[in-house]
Design a protein around this ligand. Structure first.
Ligand SMILES: *Cc1c(COP(=O)(O)O)cnc(C)c1O
Length: 386
């Protein structure tokens, strides 16, 4: 039996072999393994150099200064640090946060935690394409609004927000702009200067780097102060203590350098594969595009299917590794809150699949996926027919 076709790149990507090779050089005695905070010996300096090299690689991809990159354990922690760290540090100035109903759980649950701490949250509804409109954001802004948190690319739909326009609205009302860019790195151009972003969350494992490492971009500005969530040795300019994970950081740096070099070409090739997948299903009735394919990133495709039940569909598709809704809530049978958020009816949401493609997706993978999907849909519908 051949291994399943992996079409769940939005949940996590495999580590690129070139990244794994770099990581393996930062672990053992003959490698760069020392504590980057050890200032008293050569192995420590070399580890520090490796960390600073990676910091520059990550900064370069988003046009930031390396001093604006704070290492975290992932985008989840970066989102927590951005929201909690900024709002707690500025609570005398105001207690209002604006975000959307289809953010990643790392933002939604953090905003809920802040609500229980006495902060006030406005939850914006997206349009049917999964985007937050600058006009709606403007209408939600208040004199006490401190922070706007909106994602660049949605992880279930692939929809792209107009981050520059949203940041402009936030700033016009005196608020700070946070962007969760975990799904955007290597998929769309990011430029924190050009787009005027204050805080940006990044992850290693969505872009062929390792899991367990991420970063928060924190714009260098006297007004932008964050309260640390994790206290200890005062690493990362006091914003995030803890011994730096040299091998993870070097891996994330290499992954971001590769994304800068190859991300655009990857996306072009993936777009062709996505179109071939859609063409392979074009003659099958009752296939709904939850993803607005004309405007979304090409690597994420969310489809709903009439006349089948989601569980049976998933069972019939065991040869393909994919997600229903998002992996984070696949433990429960509730329809995805993101699909609900853009108005997909409950029944259709429960019979929806997210297919996400990546750097290592081949022509053969797509052929196998099309044939498995056709087979599953026709089989299930035949059985369901009276
Ligand atoms: C995966 C993801 C996260 C969480 O990132 P981790 O590095 O796994 O903590 C946050 N936001 C979005 C949009 C994501 O896709």
């Amino acid at each position: 039996m051949s291994s399943p076709v992996y079409l769940d790149y939005a949940a996590t990507t495999p580590v690129d072999p070139r990244v794994a090779e770099v990581m393996s050089r930062h672990l053992t005695l003959d490698g760069t393994f020392a504590n980057p905070a050890s200032r008293s010996h050569m192995p420590g300096w070399l580890a520090e150099q490796a960390v600073e090299n990676a910091r520059r690689q990550v900064a370069d991809l988003i046009n930031a200064d390396p001093r604006e990159i704070v290492w975290t354990s992932g985008a989840t922690e970066a989102d927590n640090l951005a929201l909690i760290g900024y709002l707690r540090a500025n609570r005398e100035r105001g207690r209002h946060l604006v975000t959307s109903t289809i953010e990643h759980k790392a933002v939604i649950d953090t905003a809920k935690a802040l609500e229980s701490e006495g902060f006030d949250v406005t939850w914006l509804a997206p349009d049917a394409g999964g985007r937050t409109s600058p006009e709606r954001l403007a209408a939600a802004m208040r004199p006490d609004t401190q922070l706007v948190s909106l994602m660049a690319v949605n992880n279930e739909l692939g929809s792209i927000n107009d981050i520059s326009a949203l940041a402009e609205v936030a700033h016009a009302h005196g608020a700070v702009m946070h962007v969760d860019a975990a799904q955007a790195v290597g998929r769309i151009p990011l430029d924190v200067r050009d787009q005027d972003i204050d805080l940006m969350s990044l992850s290693g494992h969505k872009v062929y780097g390792p899991k367990g490492i991420g970063a928060l971009f924190v714009k260098r500005s006297p007004e932008l102060r964050l309260q640390a969530l994790i206290h200890g040795g005062g690493h990362e300019r006091g914003m995030r203590s803890g011994t730096l994970a040299t091998h993870q950081i070097a891996g994330m740096g290499e992954a971001f350098a590769l994304a800068a070099q190859e991300g655009a070409a990857d996306q072009t090739r993936i777009g062709v594969l996505r179109d071939r997948l859609l063409a392979g299903l074009a003659d099958i009735p009752g296939v709904h595009h939850n993803t607005d394919t004309a405007t979304a990133v090409p690597n994420i495709l969310n489809l709903g299917f009439d006349g089948v039940d989601g569980e049976s569909l998933l069972m019939a598709l065991r040869d393909i590794a994919l997600s229903t809704g998002s992996a984070c809530n696949s433990a429960s049978v509730e329809p995805s809150y993101v699909l609900k958020g853009i108005g997909v009816p409950r029944r259709l949401a429960l019979a929806s699949l997210r297919l996400s493609l990546g750097r290592f997706t081949s022509d053969e993978d797509i052929e196998r996926a099309v044939s498995a999907l056709r087979h599953a849909l026709m089989g299930l519908r035949e059985r369901a027919a009276p």
